[in-house]
Design a binder for this molecule. Sequence first.
Ligand SMILES: Nc1nc2c(c(=O)[nH]1)N[C@H]1C(S)=C(S)[C@@H](COP(=O)(O)O)O[C@H]1N2
Ligand SMILES: [Mo]
Length: 196
Amino acid sequence: MKIIKSISILCIFILLLSCNQNNKTAEQKNSSANDSSKCKDKHADADFDKLISHSVKVFGEVENVLELTVDSLLKMNVKHIDRYMSVCQTGATDSVNKTFEGVSLKDILEKAKLKQLNHKDRAFYIVANASDNYKAVFSWGEIFNNVTGENVYVVFKENGELIKEKGEMKLIVTNDLKTGPRHVYWLTGIDVVKVK
Ligand SMILES: Nc1nc2c(c(=O)[nH]1)N[C@H]1C(S)=C(S)[C@@H](COP(=O)(O)O)O[C@H]1N2
Ligand SMILES: [Mo]
């Protein structure tokens, strides 16, 4: 009887110990989610000048290749974006309550005009490129047949000021669950690619 009692006490002890371990890993996971250092780019401030781009080329499978600048965007349908928040894939939140001014990617692509053979020719993807080689990808369906198409912008003003260090133009998506991954600063190009 005494042995059974000791074994059950030992079992309860082991169970409590393992619960505590599980809690610890959950805490560790949480603290890494709030650690924004992983999301920060490794570029030194001195590199920023080299990375800033003064124009964004829209190219690939388009009828009209465009060379967008802040001035040419100002001549298009400029929209105001309220309350943007940048959230990294890890869950870390960096910039909150930002406002932007820019032109929707859909308007830009409509101006460039995709080279579609007929209305069933929709197997395209669009790559947003940056000068540090960072990239984000969109599909035809997302832009032209989904609400996301109303939420992707090439922006040039942040909180009322022209974008400098991370510009001159950025691409943002306002309805992604985590907005960080498809927030492309130092934007240099928008490449329209047809799936082969
Ligand atoms: N050009 C470029 N854009 C980038 C990155 C990058 O390294 N280069 N990092 C991305 C990541 S991982 C995140 S989380 C967000 C961070 O944006 P923030 O600094 O405005 O919060 O930018 C994204 N855009
Ligand atoms: Mo990130």
